[in-house]
Write a protein that binds this ligand. Structure first.
Ligand code: HEM
Length: 139
């Protein structure tokens, strides 16, 4: 049963609602910068940090542009870097369930630093768990 609020307010996932809730491109860049800063500093993330290049500039740019499109905004990753399949982009890496969980932990910590609505932070984590699981390449 839908409530009056559900009728008047677009839901996350509708159109570009999520992109807007994340603060557009600038908000998403801030989220991704905080995400990689957490990964850089958190001991539990050492293993996944070491999978990345020393210089994270391109990694930051790629994840931010990817998330813009993934959240229903402009498909900026495709425009700049071409088409991408997330599982394929990770298939050369040895990612186990602990790595997946540590990636999501970095995102959870980065989300805490954003001025987003609490329900949107929850939504993001639940949604990101899906591609994160698809990046896992070993048990
Ligand atoms: C499950 C845990 C994950 C780990 C450990 C991980 C790790 C990595 C690493 C190490 C790279 C750089 C690869 C390289 O330079 O060769 C990368 C690239 C990337 N990752 Fe992830 N990732 C994870 C999940 C995700 C998720 C859930 C998303 C999207 C929602 C994502 C989006 C990207 C994108 C867009 C790139 C750039 C791909 C390219 O170079 O074209 N990753 N990831």
């Amino acid at each position: 049963m839908s409530t009056a609020q559900n009728k008047t307010q677009p839901r996350y996932g509708d159109g570009d609602t999520s992109f807007q809730a994340a603060g557009g491109q600038a908000g998403i860049r801030k989220l991704v910068d905080d995400f990689y800063d957490v990964m850089d500093q958190h001991t539990d993330a050492d293993r996944i940090r070491k999978m990345h290049p020393r210089d994270l500039e391109e990694s930051r740019d790629k994840l931010a542009l990817f998330l813009c499109g993934w959240l229903g905004g402009p498909r900026l990753f495709r425009e700049k870097y071409g088409p991408i399949s997330i599982p394929q982009a990770h298939s050369h890496l040895r990612i186990d369930s602990a790595d997946r969980d540590n990636w999501l932990m970095c995102m959870e910590e980065a989300l805490k630093l954003q001025p987003y609505a609490e329900d949107f932070k929850q939504y993001m984590l639940i949604q990101l768990a899906v591609p994160a699981e698809r990046c896992r390449t070993v048990d």
